[in-house]
Design a protein around this ligand. Structure first.
Ligand code: KIV
Ligand code: ZN
Length: 542
């Protein structure tokens, strides 16, 4: 809990930041919705611990507003918004609500521990949505806006209002609703391209029309919220800014509903790299972009495509001879921004088995791991020593994988004690496994269709469960046959998903640990959301 003095200082600092955000006419506010809209990507659910880890990085990254969730949607969302609101030092937390008092109350309850917070309330305004989704007339929608924006303002002066399906809304009606929302106290007006239907020239026109036609528009900041169904989310957002919008809603790695949202890293680097044509600024510390991308990818289990702009593995790789030759002669021949500017360091040989704890800790700071407890550092350091005995060269990526692996090993109900796998041609693959389940040691042997199948069957025998395996994925952390493998496993149970991850030089050990990690998270989720069911299963040892 923060002391009164700390809260006063935080408040003063945040006020200063807000002043800068609103007084500099070229300052673009970055509103991140990775943990709300991003989490709405099918299968992208994140645990509370992962959301907290992400929030700490976003806070350092310089994100202005963090939409941490939709508090009324689930107890998990509510808890995440509440916990995140307590820890943010720089960013302002925000929660989403529909136009109901219950939603707004839940937002307020979840956010109120923060010295400053935003309530984001939305309603559909397109003819299609009003008729078929809301079953309401335009007049009824007007009444709802009046009632709920005014209600949200009781709790904070930082209220954002969104017209869902904005880009398919009649322009005169949009102007009317925007004017009303501002009159009722909304300070930010967000225009969503909910279905990713717009194109840059059209989106620009919408923002220009609002600026020209809404009489009180100077009392609010206009915001963009573009989906990527036609691959135009970033282009549309930037077109909106060129027309006068000064907030962009976006997500790390562009995750989000269907084809996703505008990618934060692309927007920020486009503004930075082409500042000659887009003379705007953001508060983002771009050197943390690569780290933020990795943490979000790990938490969601959504890999980043190799050729993804800014944060893809190949974004700064030069393969062809002509390009390599040009790069050696002058970097600018084929590089429009440096890898360092987004936090990609040239893969460097970092440490060996004689490196000490102090150097290890320094390395973690260099890699952008902030606020990690001594316990985790200790666990990761122990693993580093084991790895250094096995593997000749240890790279930054190896260390990052070790730390990520250590961060996710808390509160485990099931732990791997030993694993032997018999694989190869000729006989069925077999796994001998020992697990600790609720403190009890259990052993099993299973054969399977391949070694991974045999391993997963052992887990199922020792801890009977009924989940669907949605994803099994292996990545080599670095080059070479002695590289560590990072394995991601996504499982689903009654509509809830969890993602497990583990790294090891032995791909099969990593596979077993990743599966157990996903199961452990599912058990924690069960404990939070269905405590009675959890207790009953615990009694039965499942
Ligand atoms: O895409 C959308 O319309 C949204 C709103 C809730 C802002 O996500
Ligand atoms: Zn959206």
């Amino acid at each position: 809990m923060q002391s009164r003095l700390e809260i006063v200082i935080l408040l003063a600092e945040k006020k200063q930041r807000c002043l800068e955000m609103t007084s500099d006419k070229n300052r673009v506010v970055i509103f991140d919705t990775t943990m709300r809209d991003g989490e709405q990507s099918p299968g992208a659910s994140m645990s509370l611990e992962e959301k907290i880890q992400i929030s700490r990085i976003f806070d350092e990254l310089g994100i202005d507003i963090i939409e941490a969730g939709f508090p009324i949607a689930s107890p998990g969302d509510y808890e995440a918004v509440k916990e995140i609101s307590k820890i943010l030092k720089n960013s302002i937390p925000c929660g989403l609500s529909r136009h109901t008092k219950k939603d707004i109350d839940a937002c307020h309850e979840a956010l109120k521990a923060a010295p400053r917070f935003r309530i984001h309330t939305f309603i559909s305004t397109s003819p299609l949505h009003m008729k078929h989704k809301l079953n309401k007339s335009p007049e009824q929608v007007i009444e709802l806006i009046k009632e709920h924006v005014t209600y949200a303002r009781k709790f904070t002066d930082d209220v954002e209002w969104s017209c869902e399906d904005g880009t398919r809304t009649d322009m005169d009606f949009m102007c009317k609703t925007v004017e009303l929302a501002i009159n009722c106290g909304a300070k930010t007006i967000n225009i969503p391209d909910t279905v990713g239907y717009s194109i840059p020239s059209e989106f620009k026109k919408i923002i220009e029309t609002l600026i020209n036609k809404v009489p009180n528009i100077d009392k609010a900041i206009l915001s963009t919220h573009c989906h990527n169904d036609l691959g135009l989310a970033v282009a549309n957002s930037l077109a909106g800014v060129s027309a006068g919008a000064r907030q962009i809603e976006c997500t790390i790695n562009g995750i989000g509903e269907r084809a996703g949202n505008a990618a934060l890293e692309e927007i920020v680097m486009a503004i930075k790299t082409r500042n000659d044509l887009m003379p705007f600024k953001t508060g983002i510390n771009t050197e943390l972009l690569s780290k933020a991308s990795k943490v979000v990818s790990n938490a969601t289990g959504f890999p980043v495509q190799f050729n993804k702009a800014i944060v893809g593995k190949n974004a700064f790789a030069h393969e062809s001879g002509i390009h390599q030759d040009g790069m050696l002669k002058h970097k600018n021949t084929y590089e429009i921004m440096t890898p360092e500017s987004v936090g990609v360091k040239q893969t460097s040989l970092v440490m060996g088995k004689h490196s000490g704890r102090h150097a290890f800790k320094e390395k973690l700071n260099d890699l952008g791991y902030m606020g990690i407890t001594d316990d985790i550092i200790q666990i990761a350091f122990g693993k580093f020593k084991v790895l250094a005995d096995k593997k000749k060269h240890i790279y930054d990526e190896d260390i990052a994988a070790l730390v990520d692996d250590s961060l996710i090993k808390e509160d485990n109900v099931i732990n791997l004690k030993s694993l032997r796998v018999f694989a190869g041609t000729g006989e069925p693959q077999r796994a001998d496994m020992t697990l600790e389940v609720y403190g009890e040691i259990k052993k099993a042997t299973e054969t399977g269709d391949g070694p991974v199948d045999a391993i997963f069957k052992c887990v199922k025998k020792l801890y009977p469960h009924d989940v669907n395996l949605k994803l099994y994925q292996v990545h080599a952390v670095t080059e070479g046959t002695d590289a560590q493998a990072t394995v991601s496993v996504r499982i689903e149970e009654n509509g809830k998903t969890t993602v497990g991850q583990a790294a090891d030089t032995d791909t099969l050990v990593a596979s077993a640990n990743a599966y157990l990690n996903a199961l452990n998270k599912m058990i924690i989720k069960r404990k939070r959301t269905a405590p009675e069911e959890y207790e009953q299963q615990k009694m039965k040892g499942i």
